[in-house]
Design a protein around this ligand. Structure first.
Ligand SMILES: N[C@@H](CCC[C@H](N)C(=O)O)C(=O)O
Length: 291
């Protein structure tokens, strides 16, 4: 793709976790980390918590092995340009984009991600449900430290790493989420997303999140799943033991998500996903960003 071509973009969000979507069906656009960071810059760029590059799975080396199951690969990047395995809000927005662009029909569709194929149910309007796979819960104890306070946390992997800390008051996270909270590098050599959680009622919690590569965001879908899975175990409701699916409402700063864990350990997430704008990059701005 040459810099003189008009490169399209769309802007979308899910519970105010916002993304710049870059359609690149044939995988021709090399997007270095610095260019992603420029695009996500809220003053000098379009602004976003991350970028979702839409590439045909068959055209991307990291997704070719998923091409039999999924036509499209979500190449997710954090706001600082770093690569992450998975983005739960992103995959709902990605599905909404595929419908919006006429690249998929309403109903069930499969999307390739670095964490594997994710199956999504998307209607013409309304919420989107995604099967997020099974959580991994390594047993090692984790401690999260922020502003001189420490909390024990649960290590949950939803394709990407999370540390879930139940706190007494979300205000304890204060403005300090502007400063990265600390978690042990030995447990998380590639960094970690950190959730601070309080109870709101039976099977109802609220969270704030510090995202690896993006800072504090208004929502994190994989984070909400990690929180629900940790709360399910804390509350003794593990569906593998009870045989009964359990649903938690997880409030985030940008809205609310429903997370269900099934007896087979699969986690499903339901929440909104919206496309809000579309346009094209200024060619000289993009050329400079890509240089
Ligand atoms: N906001 C996302 C998670 C994005 C990736 C994360 N920052 C990471 O580096 O693992 C979500 O909705 O899951």
């Amino acid at each position: 793709m040459t810099s003189t071509q008009r490169v399209p973009f769309l802007k979308g969000h899910g519970t105010e976790n916002d993304f710049v979507i870059v359609p690149d069906p044939d995988g021709l656009l090399d997007l270095p980390a610095a260019a992603v960071a420029r695009i996500c810059d809220r003053r000098a760029g379009l602004g976003g918590d991350g970028v979702l590059r839409a590439v045909r799975a068959a055209a991307h080396p990291e997704a070719r092995d998923q091409a039999d199951e999924a036509e499209w690969f979500m190449d997710y990047r954090n706001g600082d340009g770093s690569i992450a395995e998975m983005c739960g809000n992103g995959v709902r927005v990605f599905a909404r984009y595929l419908l919006h662009a006429g690249l998929a029909e309403a109903g069930d569709l499969a999307i390739a991600t670095r964490a594997g194929v994710r199956r999504v149910h998307v209607a013409k309007t309304g919420d989107v449900t995604v099967s997020m796979g099974r959580a991994e819960l390594p047993e090692e104890g984790v401690v999260v430290t922020l502003g001189g306070r420490s909390w024990p946390a649960r290590n949950v992997n939803m394709g990407n790493p999370h540390a879930v800390a139940f706190v007494e008051d979300l205000a304890h996270a204060g403005d300090l989420l502007a400063v990265p909270p600390f978690s042990p590098a030995a447990v998380y050599p590639d960094g970690v997303n950190i959730e601070f959680v309080v109870d709101r009622g039976p099977r109802h919690v609220a969270m704030r999140v510090y995202e690896r590569g993006s800072g504090e965001t208004r929502s994190c879908g994989t984070g909400a799943c990690a929180v629900a899975v940790a709360a399910v175990r804390r509350d003794g409701l593990d569906p593998a033991t009870t045989g009964t699916p359990v649903t938690y409402t997880v409030d985030v700063l940008g809205g609310s998500l429903k997370i269900t864990e099934l007896p087979d350990g699969t986690v499903e997430m339901t929440g909104p996903a919206e496309i809000v704008a579309e346009g094209t990059f200024d060619p000289s701005w993009l050329a400079a960003a890509l240089a």
